[in-house]
Design a protein around this ligand. Structure first.
Ligand code: PMP
Length: 442
């Protein structure tokens, strides 16, 4: 039964039992309407209420400021790897286009519009060629994938890997080197012209690496567009697990299937001034002519379109949305005024219990990432330094106690205990007991 199994899978991940049970009922007969949540229209009043309630609860939990849009999308975290490129590179182009147009018009007051447009285009072409940069901090498998997707879309010459953490750790992820060693594209204040955005993954699910706080060098440096770093963060695997100052980000995104729901819904929190009408999207004809791969991109990943349609541009999976909304509503109810800080305390407490047990037996367990950047969500460790037979034995022993989902990602091996929001303290205690028993031969 559910009560007997302790599941530590990395995603899909456990959900609160109450939500799963309510969900099962709502899938059959939602609110006594005689229809299930998989059957009602995404444009019905019931669906709109589910959507707006979810937005309100997320806003309350994370204190999301008014100048941000909450978008419910599909195509997973991976879809957002493409979406951030597709949406933010045009913002960079449009800002440059406006600047070029203003300067060229000023210098050529009598020029015809068509003439100005041609001059603007030539300048833009040159600026794209020489100055378009997308900064990526590569600290694990998922930021690596995101940077590869950017390179696939727009071309690797535009992608600046400002940090490849493997280089500081014998080719393996597991550290976040000091910020002074990163090579971010310099802002105007720093003597450069800035990048289209800086991307990082807040919590690396496969490698167990989590940023402990917002990086100092990504803080805005002034009001000027060229001094701003537009920061994008993938929070797929630590969404709503700690306090976040949303105002520091241009875009935060995350798939639902770890901390807040089932697969099929992706959340994006996007600063409104990056969307029309504040920042007009460059006309598709201009993007085509500039010929940067991947642009303008599919409309279902276009933030402006999704925002304009309150996330209902096309059919949104309402059942999946309901699940996420329910999880958020429960967190709001459970922690009240404490908001997400309440969940943060619980997450840290559980993580400390597990790391504590691992650290107690260094001969038996080796935590993979460096101590300074250990993830509270994905706890990656080896048993007897990765001895294959011992690790198999460890897993078999865990399975016997119905401790499941402890195998590390296939790309790195080893063990991984995922400690998402819905993993009960009691299950963590069972894991801790097993870690102690295994290490002491019981
Ligand atoms: N980012 C992170 C941090 C992830 O953990 C994952 C999935 N495990 C993804 C992105 C990709 O998400 P999806 O499978 O929903 O595309």
């Amino acid at each position: 039964s559910r009560q007997e199994v302790s599941y530590f899978g990395a995603g899909p991940a456990p959900l609160p039992t109450s939500v799963v049970e309510e969900g099962a009922k709502a899938f059959v007969n939602f609110n006594d309407t005689g229809l299930g949540l998989g059957e009602i229209s995404h444009r019905s009043a019931a669906a709109t209420k589910i959507l707006n309630d979810a937005k309100a609860n997320l806003t309350a939990l994370l204190d999301i400021p008014d100048n941000y849009e909450i978008l419910f999308m599909q195509a997973g975290g991976s879809g957002e790897f493409s979406a951030v490129v597709q949406n933010l590179v045009p913002v960079w182009i449009e800002r440059r286009r406006r600047r070029a147009e203003a300067e060229i018009t000023k210098a050529n007051p009598n020029a015809e519009k068509a003439e100005v447009d041609e001059l603007v285009f030539s300048r833009l072409q040159k600026e794209v060629d020489e100055e378009l940069k997308l900064d990526y901090l590569v600290t694990g498998s998922w930021s690596l994938k995101a940077s590869q997707e950017a390179a696939r879309l727009v071309g690797s010459k535009y992608v600046n890997v400002a940090l490849d953490a493997r280089k500081a750790n014998n080719g393996k992820f597991g550290v976040i080197p000091a910020e002074e060693t990163w090579s971010l594209t310099p802002t105007k204040k720093e003597g450069g012209k800035g990048s289209a955005f800086v991307y990082f993954c807040d919590n690396e699910t496969v490698d167990g690496v989590e940023f402990q706080s917002f990086p100092k060098s990504l803080e805005a440096q002034g009001q000027d567009e060229e001094d701003e770093r537009l920061v994008v963060a993938d929070m797929s695997s630590n969404f709503i697990s700690r306090k976040v100052d949303v105002s520091k980000y241009a875009v935060i995104f995350g798939g639902a299937q770890k901390n807040i729901g089932v697969t099929g819904i992706t959340l994006a929190i996007v600063r409104k001034d990056l969307l029309p009408p504040h920042t007009a999207t460059p006309p598709p004809a201009l993007l085509h002519r500039l010929n940067i791969g991947g642009l303008p991109g599919p409309v279902v990943l276009d933030y402006a379109t999704i925002a304009k349609n309150n996330s209902l541009y096309n059919t949104l999976p309402i059942f999946n949305l309901w699940i996420a909304g329910q999880v958020m509503a429960d967190l709001v109810n459970a922690f009240g005024a404490q908001k997400v800080s309440g969940q943060e305390e619980v997450a840290s407490q559980k993580a400390q219990l597990i790391y504590g047990a691992l650290d107690k037996f260094p001969q038996v367990y080796q935590v993979v990432p460096d101590k300074s950047i250990r993830s509270r969500m994905n706890i990656c460790f080896r048993v007897h330094n990765g001895d294959d037979a011992k690790e198999k034995e460890f897993i078999a022993g865990a399975e016997k106690r119905l401790l499941q989902g402890l195998k590390g990602h296939r790309s790195v091996g080893g063990m991984r205990a995922s400690n998402y929001n819905a993993v009960p303290l009691e299950n963590v205690q069972k894991l801790v007991k097993y870690l102690e028993d295994y290490a002491t031969g019981n």
